[in-house]
Design a protein around this ligand. Structure first.
Ligand code: ADP
Length: 468
């Protein structure tokens, strides 16, 4: 088979820092696939330019070639801050109250997708597999087709797929979804999102879906399938045993002086349910006076998408809420919520996860949620912590031995926190062993292999990727 051409909004350049564990599992996995197959990772540089030139900045690092383009300020505003993050992201996370329908955003999105296609087109050779990622680039495959690209082209969507009636609120939704049917493979995270997608193409477009979930469209067969993404288990469990992780673990443990630790790690995003989580922890403290001063919630939440108003709003809301809850429950030597707006190297993060008695992963809606899997991978199997997981995260379809909660129900989450903190070692070990088996087996390499097999059109069982 040919090379891989990976296309995503941003590229993650492999570097010595990456090797030391600063990159996320997806970036590490895509980089290793690119190293193995050869190929190019294409995307936006993150830089703005006065006038779009389409100039490709090609670099080769650690055996991987990346190609990036700069975008104009107006592109960034309308495509990235606009259609991607003010329209599609909230809509795909069921937040039509936050969804902005602005014609300029739609035009900017189309324009940038055209610019991506124009720029990547000359890089694609005849038998390359083209793999497009995420909601920023849904129409890209159809534009490449229009330019005459005959290669196999696939899409993987990292977010949820919304119910048909919500999607129908988007102007020109038919055109957007029709453009997606130019892909050969459409990958979603879970069967729930897959079913929503298939419901849309049946009900809104009147298309036939075959028993194997393939879709008949204009004389072609489009494969739609769930490919649940995982973490790089080997890398992350290694990181959790490193000296850096041990030091981080010790530092956190020492700082709480014998108290129980609950941990949350999320980008600061309204989809993550942080406000509800803080309320639930506060309710737990109110309902269990015996626990006063005995449990700490460490919430690590680096800000993201700060140019978008709804993100500024959620940041302010959380600051207010944290102040309020801490004011109500703190003591001279104790603050219940430690709210930290910064990122940490992965090994340090792994140490914090391992030190925590409870992992609180309570998004209101999430395509998958990798933090839940990282928390499981980082635990000591002989004395593991308990994962509390939202039933609305894609990960809940796999991690059934977590304590599944409705994140909107403050009472339910508060009671579940109490149950998690009281859970006997035997039950913690049993649940953790089952969770770990799933995290290990369905890791990012498994995901990659399954997707590339489907994209290359090779039957199940034969090998498009070199075997391990
Ligand atoms: P999303 O893709 O919506 O941000 P995921 O849970 O799927 O949510 O992935 C988040 C990734 O970002 C995880 O790998 C997590 O470890 C990482 N991450 C989140 N917050 C931090 C942080 N403060 N420091 C380092 N990594 C973080």
């Amino acid at each position: 088979m040919g090379r891989l051409i990976v296309i995503s909004n941003r590229v993650s350049v492999p570097s010595a820092a990456g090797a030391a564990g600063a990159q996320g599992g997806l970036a590490v996995a895509l980089n290793s696939a690119l190293r193995e197959h050869g190929g190019i990772w294409f995307g936006w540089s993150g830089q703005e330019t006065e006038e779009f030139t389409g100039h490709l900045d090609m670099q080769r690092n650690e055996g991987v070639t990346t190609a990036t383009i700069d975008l104009e300020a107006q592109d960034v505003e309308e495509y990235y801050n606009g259609y991607a993050n003010r329209t599609l992201w909230p809509l795909f996370h069921y937040r039509i109250d936050l969804t902005e329908y602005d014609r300029n955003f739609g035009e900017g999105y189309e324009r940038v997708n055209e610019r991506f296609a124009d720029s990547v087109y000359p890089l694609i050779a005849d038998d390359d597999l083209v793999w497009v990622h995420d909601y920023h680039l849904l129409p890209l495959g159809s534009i490449l087709r229009r330019k005459g690209i005959k290669n196999r082209i696939g899409l993987f969507l990292h977010t949820p797929w919304p119910p048909t009636r919500l999607l129908a609120s988007l102007p020109f939704h038919e055109r957007l979804v029709a453009s997606m049917l130019e892909y050969d493979v459409i990958g979603l995270q879970t069967t729930e999102w897959l079913e929503s997608f298939l419901h849309y193409v049946q009900k809104e477009m009147g298309l036939t879906v075959n028993l194997d979930n393939s879709i008949e469209y204009q004389g072609r067969r489009v494969i739609a399938r769930a490919f649940p993404i995982g973490i790089d288990y080997a890398e992350f469990s290694q990181a959790a045993k490193s000296e850096v992780a041990k030091e981080a673990h010790q530092r956190l443990r020492d700082s709480v002086r014998g108290r129980k630790i609950l941990i949350g790690v999320d980008r600061l995003d309204y989809s993550k349910g942080l406000g509800e989580r803080f309320e639930s922890f506060s309710r737990f403290l109110s309902d269990h006076p015996d626990m006063a001063g005995k449990a700490v919630l460490l919430q690590i939440a680096p800000p993201s998408r700060g140019d978008v108003e709804s993100y500024q709003q959620i940041r302010e809301d959380l600051e207010r809420k944290t102040g309020h809850i801490n004011g109500a429950h703190a003591n001279v030597d104790f603050v219940p919520i430690r709210y930290v707006n910064r990122g940490y190297p992965r090994a340090e993060l792994a140490g914090f996860y391992r030190a925590a008695n409870v992992g609180l992963v309570t998004p209101l809606r999430d395509g998958m949620n990798l933090v839940a899997k990282e928390y499981v991978a980082a635990q000591d199997p002989e004395d593991p912590g308990v994962l509390i997981l939202s039933q609305f995260a894609g990960a809940a379809t796999q991690l059934k031995d977590a304590l599944l909660v409705n994140p909107h129900s403050v009472e339910h989450v508060a009671e579940t926190i109490s149950r998690a903190l009281d859970m006997p070692l035997k039950e913690r070990k049993r649940r953790h062993a089952a969770l770990l088996a799933s995290v290990k087996e369905m890791d990012v390499l498994h995901w990659l292999k399954q997707y590339v097999l489907a994209l290359s059109g090779v039957e199940k069982g034969s090998s498009a990727l070199k075997s391990d």
